[in-house]
Design a binder for this molecule. Sequence first.
Ligand code: SAH
Length: 244
Amino acid sequence: MKKGFVYIVGAGCAEADLITVRGLHCLQKCDSVVYDDLIDKALLEEVPTKAEKLYVGKRSGQHSCSQEKINQLLIQKASEGQIVVRLKGGDPFVFGRGGEEMLALQKAGIPFEEVPGISSAIAVPAFAGIPVTHRGVSQSVHIITGHSALSCDGLAAGMEPLASLPGTLVFLMGLENAKFIAEKLIQEGKPEETPVAVISARASHHPVTLRTTLNHLGSRLEEGKFPGPALIVVGEVAKMKLLD
Ligand code: SAH
């Protein structure tokens, strides 16, 4: 019997041609692709015509699939002898739960490999002309979850060390909590004039960008509905605009 295999592939950010060549080759030889939101659907046209396309995301009015169910699906398909591609937005290990899926596959004795992808944490600021590090301006970049699940204690408690970091802070999944994040950072000592950029990039050109400072972030976002998905860049690089 043909032995199954799972490739956990980073789809890259926003546009199909930002996947790696290796990731594309995996798609072109797979028997099934298990995908979620935040991938360019044009990538699904790359799989062989007979390949199964299995959506396990949270949007499009469908019920979200639990992580446990996704793990089981990967194990089941690979056990049937399939070459499975688990396609994830950005990079599988940047808030992508790729590690959890790999642990489940390891436990089930299914062979697997990870193919890195270009994370939104770096690509989306770049689309807006913001380098996440820049000589003489920012010597480090920190990628942080701004998710509400952590807002009660985890995120708030974790803000103190974050506020004192001199480098760039990139918050993913933080749009809903933007005001809270800004207030906490100021409270913990981050200067209120620190530049901030909120960016949403459905495509690499002309991302929707809001540039402001920490103390005005909450009120600026209240002016209108900012589109998602979005990330928040905090630090001196956020006022840069390296675009033609
Ligand atoms: N693994 C992904 C991140 C998953 S978490 C990666 O490496 O990119 C999802 C978060 O990523 C979103 O809430 C948002 O903060 C960010 N994100 C993903 N795609 C984005 C896009 N096109 N524009 C802005 N932010 C994006």
